[in-house]
Design a protein around this ligand. Structure first.
Ligand code: NAD
Length: 313
């Protein structure tokens, strides 16, 4: 179970750390254009070897990614305070053009898990500049946003986040939507649960909870520069679903070709993730308002794709 991580920055290194603690892989390779940084991270991680299950963690080159089951791509520029994820497009497309062909050369059978932002666009670009099949290119999408959403709902309801199934769909960004119509708390719809909730807010808190979910990254970036713990765990969750063939239902970014009436963009819908990557997408019955929001999100992403110059791609 070999995993390569491209980019040994905050997200890449935290992902390696979470993977090491969770014992998900037997072999982790960290690749960064800044070799010294990758080597420093590896040393630091390896100094914890006596506290976790055995894992080979090394700093390497693209050649060392050969035989990787999953390659997590976290390389690239990160948002600065005030920047949106979409502001990063051209910088990161250029970086991906130097990375993805190398990965395809050494590891054509791998599953690529894209985390670099704007993640939906970078997932699409990866498919455009490579021959990886769409099932094997997965963007972390709104898995992180959904986890933020579940946490905030769990705080509101005083219920364990693991008992709350609620999803953010669409763009991992400003046009994302909360799928209230399919959210449930311990098997009860949110509407039913709210009617019995002692807080008796009449659903008024919902808008606030979604707003906090959507703006969480801006707040964290303003406060401490970047986000990396929760995304590190989210990436490990996806890697684990693949390596253990879990067939987990996850909101991840995938290429839509007519699914839910949307085509030509990558965005998050509920997908089944297992050993072969994305094996299925759920035919969700969303409300009309949610469906309209999802289509609007697709339009936002399609506009960005159209604006990436042909030369850049
Ligand atoms: P960072 O600046 O700490 O790390 C980026 C790393 O990429 C650096 O170490 C840099 O040397 C490396 N890099 C740059 N060009 C490279 C190349 N050509 N080859 C190999 N390595 C290269 O940034 P970060 O905080 O780790 O964020 C990384 C990316 O993840 C950003 O795009 C950020 O927006 C994104 N991110 C995504 C999510 C999500 O939910 N998908 C969450 C947080 C951050």
């Amino acid at each position: 179970m070999k995993v390569a991580i491209i980019g040994a920055g905050m997200v890449g290194a935290t992902c390696a750390y979470a993977m090491m603690i969770k014992g998900v892989a037997s072999d982790i390779v960290l690749v960064d254009i800044n070799k010294e940084k990758a080597e420093g991270e590896i040393k630091d991680l390896n100094h914890g070897a006596s506290f976790v299950r055995h894992v080979d963690i090394t700093a390497g080159t693209y050649e060392d990614c050969a035989g990787a089951d999953v390659i997590v791509v976290t390389a690239g520029a990160a948002q600065k305070p005030g920047e949106t994820r979409l502001d990063l497009v051209n910088r990161n497309v250029k970086i991906f053009k130097s990375i993805i062909p190398e990965l395809e050369r050494v590891a054509p059978e791998a599953i690529l898990l894209i985390a670099s932002n704007p993640v939906d666009i970078m997932t699409y670009v990866t498919l455009k500049i490579s021959n990886y099949p769409k099932e094997r290119v997965i963007g972390s999408g709104t898995l992180l946003d959904s986890s933020r959403f579940r946490y905030l709902l769990s705080e509101h309801y005083s219920i364990d986040a693991r008992n709350i199934h609620a999803y953010i769909l669409g763009e991992h960004g400003d046009s994302e939507i909360p799928a209230w119509s399919i959210a449930n708390v311990g098997g009860m719809s949110v509407a039913d649960f709210c009617s019995q909730c002692v807080k008796n807010c009449g659903g008024l808190e919902r808008e606030k909870i979604f707003h906090s979910t959507k703006n969480a990254a801006y707040e964290i970036i303003r406060a401490k520069g970047s986000t990396y713990y929760a995304i590190g765990l989210a990436l490990v969750e996806i890697v684990q679903a693949i390596l253990r063939d879990e067939n987990s239902v996850m909101p991840v970014s995938c290429l839509l070709e007519g699914h839910l009436g949307i085509s030509g963009v990558c965005l998050s819908v509920l997908a089944v993730v297992g050993r072969n990557g994305i094996t299925n997408m759920l035919d969700l019955h969303l409300s009309d308002e949610e469906m309209a929001g999802l289509k609007k999100s697709a339009d936002v992403l399609r506009k960005v794709i159209d604006e990436i110059s042909v030369d850049t791609i």
